[in-house]
Design a protein around this ligand. Structure first.
Ligand SMILES: [Mn+2]
Length: 315
């Protein structure tokens, strides 16, 4: 499939790369990193689909793409397990669709799929693919491409601290580090936190508690988001801020949306939580998943099921 990816790219003049909605550094890093890699080595036009994400604009901006361009294009979808999350629905109009992803398969949306959950990130997959397939064909990877892919790996591995980090991850990072880019500036951008978010965090953390089973629950209301002027996307940082509390086994963040439903972020130190996420219109990795709770009743169900999962895990 890795060679097939190379051959398919070679067969098209127009290429569009998509990734999941509400992108993280791996989504944009792999999307823009692959685009740059192809453009630099083939001279082909590669466009980036999806909404702009202001908090990640230091990585890359997106392109405005005509409807007709999709019809004649190869569309590559990076880092997205299910069709519902592909940013820019027009991927459906593609001449051909290629999927590159490290999430466990949710939707089998194209026969042209290179999916391998043993990789830390889609960005690491791109580096591996470059090294094994493209570099022997004479392709080169420049500093800007290295910066994008490095950001993706850093993002998905929690700066090399998550269990998805392997020797192969460091091999990829070594290859990237040999290129020239400003690592310090990149980390500064990735770590940047609005003051308002820090204040909201303060309010949330001062009331934070753990249950008997080691479960932590954070609920952010629309009122709080408005009060502190923090966007739903920005609020994701709060999910990380309790990760290292002594005794924590798993935790969940609920962010109330305008329609009173909740965006659910589940994290775990051991118990598998993506199975329960799939019961709430979600999914993800075994230890990090997302879901939706339609109302307060479903919110309570998520908490109950997480308690149950942690209780079982501990006994
Ligand atoms: Mn990823």
């Amino acid at each position: 499939m890795k060679q097939k990816l190379f051959d398919t790219i070679s067969a098209y003049e127009h290429i569009i790369i998509c990734r999941h909605e509400r992108p993280d550094p791996d989504a944009i890093g792999s999307q823009a990193g692959l685009a740059r890699l192809i453009e630099r080595n083939t001279g082909k036009k590669v466009q980036l689909a999806g909404d702009e994400e202001p908090s990640l604009s230091f990585l890359s901006d997106m392109d405005t793409i005509d409807d007709t361009t999709f019809l004649e294009s190869l569309v590559i979808v990076c880092d997205t397990a299910n069709t519902g999350r592909i940013d820019d629905e027009r991927y459906k109009n593609a001449r051909e669709l290629f999927k590159i992803d490290h999430h466990p398969v949710v939707d089998d949306y194209t026969p042209l799929a290179w999916v391998d959950p043993t990789f830390s990130s889609t960005s690491e997959m791109i580096v591996h693919w470059f090294d094994e397939i493209a570099a022997p064909q004479g392709w080169e990877l420049d500093g800007e491409c290295a910066r994008l892919l490095f950001a993706g790996i850093v993002g998905d591995t929690g700066r090399f601290s998550h269990p998805n980090t392997t020797a192969r991850t460091f091999k990829a990072v070594q290859l990237l580090y040999e290129r020239e880019f400003d690592v310090r500036h990149l980390f500064n951008e990735m770590d940047k936190k609005p003051l308002a978010l820090l204040r909201l965090e303060g309010e949330v953390l001062s009331g934070f508690a753990l249950s008997e089973n080691g479960v932590g629950v954070i609920t952010l209301s629309q009122e709080q988001l408005r009060k502190y002027q923090v966007s739903v996307n920005e609020s994701s940082a709060i999910t990380h801020s309790v990760a290292n509390v002594e005794g924590i086994v798993a935790w969940v963040t609920f962010v109330e949306l305008e329609d009173k439903s909740y965006r659910v972020r589940l994290r775990s130190k051991g118990p598998i939580i993506n199975e329960m996420a799939s019961r709430f219109q979600g999914g993800g990795h075994p230890l990090a998943a997302g879901a939706t709770a339609e109302n307060d009743e479903e919110r309570m169900q998520v908490i109950e099921q997480l308690e149950e999962v942690c209780k079982t895990y501990r006994t």
